[in-house]
Design a protein around this ligand. Structure first.
Ligand code: DUC
Ligand code: ZN
Ligand code: ZN
Length: 472
């Protein structure tokens, strides 16, 4: 075996969650082996020429090829989803192996491996979605899967086919506590949404924009408060996903002030979209921006920016949920415009997550570079048991890196690499984009071209979460 390094990135302005410093990064066999001033010779050199180099992004909340009730179908599978991720600087994705009611959890995991194995360009792992916590799931399947490295799962408080009642949530949280897993919670009050939806329908208010009216902040606030209480009762940390605005933020701040280990995630849609993107009249194009919880207003965007900066949020994810707009499998289900109740929820965002936050967070001075790395890479890796293999630039870590180009660029869907026919961020002007993405030491995006590594993206088994502030 040669003693030469495979690759050296020279003159890098290295940013981790803790520090920013100038160094060269030496890579061998897909791993970072040395970070320093003087490095031994390498087979290949890439000159970063003073540009910022960050760890590759970890998108800890995205949906790829998730089984859906027909005719609904996600536009991205593992091939197109990980392609798009790589071109936007994300080198690890964590989508969901979703249990259908009546299905064994083990079966859901097996099926999801069939959908992903050999089809990813970058590394990936799975969260589980527990929708049917039977005694067999709680006592046998879940503990066994956690021991095998599936150490996180999502619990829904809404959506008829996924939601759990409070007793079921307590049961699942107890398993998380006993086995040291991370429970993610989708916090919206299902009964309030149903009640409001029926009233809107009775009044003929079914255009896309009324989706936001059916899910006001109160329904998120109430469910967030309840999720916190359930976590306190079981004495287990939880992570509340896709927090949209002030009212949920206040609940989380209150909980943290009382010493509870409540972690939180937010997403680009709560910084860059508002409810007006769902329509200011009854036009159907607003269906493109239907997601849950819905985007709020400008003042809530500011609340989210502040909470990113002050540490309330640990994780920044895309919640990429890819449905084509002009498709009978997507937003125009069955080939026609639908009342908002039936419009598939979700927007694409895997490729734009990192550049949006780098450009509008770091380059505007709203967030430090180190906070950017923490939110987009280090903390998601810690929360889901992938750190320090992922989420940092250090000897022994996987050589997943991004070299940033600071330049003017306008987001156009035609230049993105997902399989979705729109982006909600069309026309937004940015000041940065990844100039190079490395996955396990290989260039997968060179700033202009995608360089496929189909099947080289590996499934990662996860350790226990390490985001918690005290030992349990
Ligand atoms: N909301 C979710 O909870 N998941 C997928 C998409 C969405 O809008
Ligand atoms: Zn959700
Ligand atoms: Zn989601």
């Amino acid at each position: 075996m040669s003693d030469l390094l495979d690759l050296v990135i020279t003159n890098a302005r290295v940013a981790t969650a803790a520090d920013t410093f100038d160094a060269n990064i030496g890579i061998k066999d897909g791993k970072i082996v040395v970070v320093g001033s003087f490095l031994p010779p390498a087979k290949k050199t890439i000159d970063a020429a003073g540009r910022v180099v960050t760890p590759g992004g970890v998108d800890a909340h995205c949906h790829l090829d998730q089984p859906m009730p027909a005719p609904m179908k996600m536009a991205d599978d593992f091939e197109t989803g990980t392609r798009s991720a790589a071109c936007g600087g994300t080198t690890t994705v964590i989508p969901f192996a979703a249990q259908e009611k009546g299905q064994s959890l083990r079966d859901a995991v097996r099926d999801y491996h069939r959908r992903s194995d050999g089809r990813a360009h970058v590394d990936y792992t799975f969260h589980l979605i527990v929708s049917d916590p039977t005694p067999a799931v709680l006592n046998e399947e879940l503990p066994a899967l956690i021991a095998e490295g599936y150490t996180s799962f999502k619990i829904y408080m809404t959506y008829d086919d996924l939601k759990l009642n409070d007793g079921q949530i307590l049961d699942v949280l107890s398993v998380a506590r006993q086995h040291g897993a991370m429970a993610m919670i989708h916090a919206e009050n299902a009964d309030c949404i149903e009640w409001l939806t029926r009233r809107l329908e009775a009044a003929g208010q079914t255009a896309p924009r009324f989706h936001a009216h059916s899910r006001p902040m109160l329904v998120e606030r109430e469910a967030t408060h309840r999720a916190i209480a359930l976590s306190e009762l079981v004495d287990v940390p939880i992570l509340i996903v896709h927090v949209s605005g002030k009212e949920a933020v206040e609940q989380i701040r209150w909980a943290r002030g009382h010493g509870l280990q409540i972690f939180a995630e937010t997403c680009p849609q709560y910084l860059f979209l508002t409810a007006e993107d769902l329509g200011i009249d009854d036009s159907y194009v607003g269906a493109r921006c239907i997601c849950s919880p819905p985007p709020r207003d400008r003042s809530n965007q500011e609340v989210i920016w502040n909470a990113l900066r002050d540490g309330l949020f640990s994780v920044f994810s895309s919640d990429h949920a890819p449905f084509n707009y002009d498709s009978p499998e997507g937003k125009k289900l069955d080939g026609k415009e639908q009342p908002f109740r039936h419009i598939p929820n979700g927007i694409p965002g895997l490729e734009t997550r990192m550049p949006l936050l780098y450009s509008e967070g770091v380059l505007t001075g709203r967030l430090s570079l180190n906070k950017f790395v923490e939110l987009t890479s280090t903390n998601p890796a810690k929360a889901y048991g992938l750190h320090p293999r992922k989420g940092t630039i250090a000897p022994g870590a996987d050589a997943d890196l991004v070299i940033w180009d600071e330049k003017d660029i306008t987001i156009h869907n035609s230049a993105l690499h997902h399989a979705v026919d729109y982006t909600p961020y069309e026309g937004i002007q940015l000041k940065a984009w990844p100039g190079l993405t490395l996955s396990n030491g290989e260039v997968v995006w060179d700033g202009k071209n995608f360089l496929p590594r189909l099947g080289k993206g590996k499934f990662l088994t996860c350790g226990k979460p390490t985001l918690m502030t005290s030992a349990r």
